[in-house]
Design a protein. Structure first.
Length: 62
């Protein structure tokens, strides 16, 4: 019966990590942009919320 050889990761990256593709880079960049914009939106919302007695929001809640 043959023995199994060493396991080789199918990700193609170093140390079992997936390779970074142009699409991955674009997604990461856009994610950062979205995070920054949520911060701005939360600041604008919270100004209005204070004026009208509404619930303030953290960027992570948007």
């Amino acid at each position: 019966m043959p023995t199994a050889g060493p396991r080789v990761p199918v990700t193609g990256g170093k140390k079992g990590q997936a390779r970074t593709t142009k699409q991955t880079e674009a997604g990461n960049r856009d994610s950062g942009t979205a995070t920054a914009e949520k911060g701005k939106a939360a600041g604008l919302w919270n100004e209005i919320a204070k004026q009208y007695g509404l619930t303030e929001r953290q960027p992570t809640q948007l």
